[in-house]
Ligand binder design. Structure first.
Ligand code: ADP
Ligand code: MN
Ligand code: MN
Ligand code: MN
Length: 340
């Protein structure tokens, strides 16, 4: 028998962006437990904007389990927040996702590493480094500084140890800006993993006295890129059947529900979706082949043999968006389009 440290992770009730919360349960198991062996737990919802003090109990329902290689005999337990009567809490965005094992998502999470209130590598006491140009996928101290690569590499290893399906990482266009990509099959898999990867990055950065800035336009106006979370998606029908007619009907539905999509694609997105810096304006919807200025980009692979088959990239979600809400909305819009 060994005592395992189970780090229960959940999203709190803050608006417009939920924060990650976690606490440790110590429990004895003969070997590394399975998800089914992890018990329900609870927390004080009055401290997380999820309940009144007079009736404060919220329930943590384990939904995914990840080994945690940074602590001995430890795991991270992703949870949904439930009401005492067993119904999903109103803040439980994961519970709104249509169950579809054939839905696949790939999220490209961009973010800035900050220290002392400025991105890593910005001069202390104000001013700016060299303009954007050589930072994207750059190498050398002048481009990426010293500790950033150590952080992103350590983060990648911890995530891979946890079984998170990273597909890649890269230095981004602005100084101090980075990206990781996570792909998953099943309507909730990648979204769960993005939240756990965010948690692991925040926790790792504590050691470096570095903050992760998830805001979509932390440097405001000026010639500095914002941060997105491009959301790549496909379904059985899109991958196996596709076709021009279905595709055009699907895009008409995305156009019709444009505002509903923007509403869950992350706060302050008007600052980022300006029509500049590889974005479409927030009030417009369009799509285009290989067009990085479109709302939805059609990858070249989608047009092979003119089949209109494969995955699509919604470029509007931002870095602070909740991947649960994003996946939920995309699948809801797809569900309005008949597949026969
Ligand atoms: P880019 O920066 O050019 O947009 P990336 O390689 O960063 O490209 O991201 C492409 C994303 O598309 C990856 O996250 C990948 O997992 C995802 N993806 C690839 N195939 C599919 C698919 N069939 N369904 C959903 N997502 C996919
Ligand atoms: Mn990318
Ligand atoms: Mn990118
Ligand atoms: Mn992309």
């Amino acid at each position: 028998m060994a005592k395992y440290k189970l780090e229960y992770l959940w999203l709190d009730g803050y608006e417009p962006v939920a924060n990650l919360r976690s606490k440790t349960l110590v429990k004895e198991f003969a070997e590394f437990p399975s998800l089914e062996e992890i018990p329900l737990w609870g927390f004080d919802g009055s401290s997380t904007r999820q309940a009144e003090g007079s009736n404060s109990d919220c329930i943590l329902k384990p939904v995914a389990l990840y080994p945690d290689s940074t602590r001995r005999d430890a795991a991270i337990v992703m949870c949904e927040v439930m009401l005492p009567d067993g119904e999903p809490h109103p803040t439980n965005s994961r519970a709104t996702i249509i169950d579809d094992p054939g839905a696949w998502f790939g999220f490209e999470q961009e973010y800035f590493l900050y220290q002392g209130g400025v991105p890593l590598g910005f001069p202390e006491g104000g001013g700016f480094p060299q303009p954007q140009g050589k930072y994207y996928t750059g190498v050398g101290y002048e481009s990426v500084g010293d500790i950033a690569r150590e952080i992103v590499d350590a983060h990648l290893d911890i995530c891979l140890d946890a079984g998170i399906n990273h597909e890649g990482i890269n230095a981004e266009v602005a100084k101090g800006q980075w990206e990781f990509q996570i792909f998953g099959k099943g309507s909730r898999t990648a979204a769960d993993q993005v939240w756990v990867a965010r948690y692991l990055l925040l926790r790792l950065c504590e050691e470096y006295q570095v903050d992760v800035n998830w805001h979509c336009k932390p440097l405001g106006e000026g010639d500095w890129n914002g941060s997105g979370m491009h959301s790549n998606f496909s379904t059985d029908h899109l991958r196996d059947v596709g076709g021009k007619d279905y595709f055009e009907k699907l895009m008409a539905a995305f156009d019709k529900y444009k505002n509903e999509h923007i509403a869950v694609y992350g706060p302050d997105n008007h600052m980022r979706l300006t029509g500049l810096h590889e974005t479409q304006s927030i009030d417009k919807f369009n799509y285009g082949l290989a067009n990085r200025g479109a709302s939805i980009r059609i990858p070249h692979s989608f047009m092979t043999d003119n089949a209109y088959r494969g995955y699509l990239e919604d470029r509007r979600p931002n870095s602070q968006g909740d991947p649960y809400k994003i996946a939920s909305r995309i699948l809801q819009t797809i569900a309005t389009v008949p597949t026969k």
